[in-house]
Write a protein that binds this ligand. Structure first.
Ligand code: ADP
Length: 407
């Protein structure tokens, strides 16, 4: 079979693998296979600028078509890989055809978790991960008046912020006791609860949907497990994603909350790597195996694998960082705060410009910043290694974080 690199999945991670392979000087064939019919595009704007009407859905592409031609990146868009034949080093495509590989990179990403209730896919219930889903949601919003957002994580809250700016009635339903609990600490959760409330969004914490109520072919409301019924003509569910590991599993590769990879992001088959949302790796920032869903993780892991294939292998060790935009609050997170024992606030939460630094056993774990980009950038450098920043220094507003960055 002809060799080269086959990349399964054309999201941010898959695209970046192709881009970085050429940037690293890899000269063999590269084939990018993607299920969606579009050229590789960015997902973050879908729930931010696009939903706010500030960015066109046609402007989310990562590179124009000419880029792929110039760089000899063969695109197989609108195609799915059906299976991997590890012995013969080839993938079989749905609908026929096969591609041989020297290296296969699994960048298969994730899919929406569906609401575990009756009528979860009724017309009027929307999800938001793809361009097509964004387009349908925007169509639905044209005529909607009352919107129920299910899930108080990043997607749900970005949607709530955008939709409320159009003057619609919005309720967010979140079963946990606080917002964005997976990713941030209590101070940030409380700040964002207040932020949404001030913009007229009602946040129902500790409540889960029990049933989507339909009528006349659409949605008329959501019954909660608290007994309350919320009227709604449009429901958006942002309740997390599930990694797409089926191809890897069927090929006998190990899956542990994601396709398990080593420090070089290789699966147990030396010819197969996994990157981005679908991959789980051991991170010094997570105290064990983690699976991260972020642009940073997709891009940096792709660069790492491209370096490995092009002959400059280095272990993956990037500082995780994330962001979310809601109203005028840019929340930037660096590191992983899970398991912290001390939290230190810099600045005034009420001012809408503050950071929270998380420590465990005296060591900095993570920093969340709201409208303090300088703190975020300093935090990324502090977390990269060798920082001696103490909680007392962090709490001292006159202490400059950047002075603790190792030379
Ligand atoms: P995303 O990035 O897709 O928003 P997050 O993990 O940040 O994903 O947020 C998902 C949110 O959805 C979490 O706050 C979680 O508690 C909430 N959630 C999960 N399952 C349900 C459910 N069945 N009903 C309502 N909310 C849910």
């Amino acid at each position: 079979m002809p060799g080269g690199v086959v990349i399964a999945g054309a999201g941010q991670a898959g695209f970046q693998c192709a881009f970085s392979l050429r940037a690293e000087g890899y000269d063999g064939p590269i084939t990018l296979v993607g299920e969606e019919p579009y050229l590789p595009y960015q997902r973050p704007p879908l729930s931010k600028g696009c939903l706010l009407g500030k960015q066109d859905l046609d402007d989310v592409g990562l590179r124009p078509a000419a880029f792929y031609e110039t760089n000899r990146i063969e695109l197989q868009m609108g195609r799915r890989i059906a299976s991997i034949d590890r012995a013969e080093r080839r993938v079989l495509l749905d609908g026929g055809g096969e591609l041989g590989y020297d290296y296969l990179i699994l960048a298969t990403g994730s899919r929406n978790r569906l609401l575990p209730v009756a009528n979860a896919i009724l017309g009027g219930v929307f999800y938001l991960r793809t361009r097509d889903e964004a387009a349908s949601l925007m169509d639905g919003l044209e005529t909607a008046r009352s919107v129920v957002v299910i899930g108080g994580g990043f997607i749900g809250l970005e949607v709530a912020a955008a939709v409320s700016s159009y003057g619609m009635n919005v309720v967010v339903v979140e079963p946990q006791a606080r917002l964005m609990q997976r990713a941030v600490g209590p101070v940030v959760s409380a700040h964002h609860l207040d932020l949404h409330t001030r913009h007229g969004v009602r946040i129902a914490l500790g409540a889960a949907p029990a049933e989507i109520l339909g009528g006349g072919g659409g949605v008329v409301g959501v019954r909660l497990n608290t007994g309350e019924t919320l009227p709604a003509d449009l429901v958006v569910a942002g309740i997390g994603v599930i990694p797409q590991t089926e191809l890897a599993e069927a090929a006998g590769l190990r899956v542990e909350n994601g396709i398990a990879v080593d420090e070089y992001l290789r699966t147990e088959d030396d010819a197969i790597y996994a990157v981005g949302d679908c991959a789980s790796y051991v991170s010094r920032f997570g105290g064990g195996r983690v699976r991260l869903q972020s642009v940073q993780n997709a891009v940096d892991q792709a660069r790492c694998v491209a370096g490995g294939i092009a002959g400059a292998a280095k272990p993956y060790d990037a500082v995780p960082w994330f962001w979310t935009d809601q109203y005028d609050a840019k929340l930037q997170m660096a590191g992983l705060s899970n398991g912290f024992d001390t939290e230190v606030v810099r600045g005034e939460v009420e001012s809408g410009q503050f950071s929270v630094l998380y420590f465990r056993g005296g060591t900095l774990l993570a920093i969340d910043s709201v409208n303090r980009p300088g703190d975020h950038m300093a935090g990324r450098k502090l977390l990269a290694g060798g920082s001696t920043l103490t909680a007392d220094q962090a709490a001292d507003g006159s202490f400059e974080l950047k002075t603790a960055i190792p030379a």
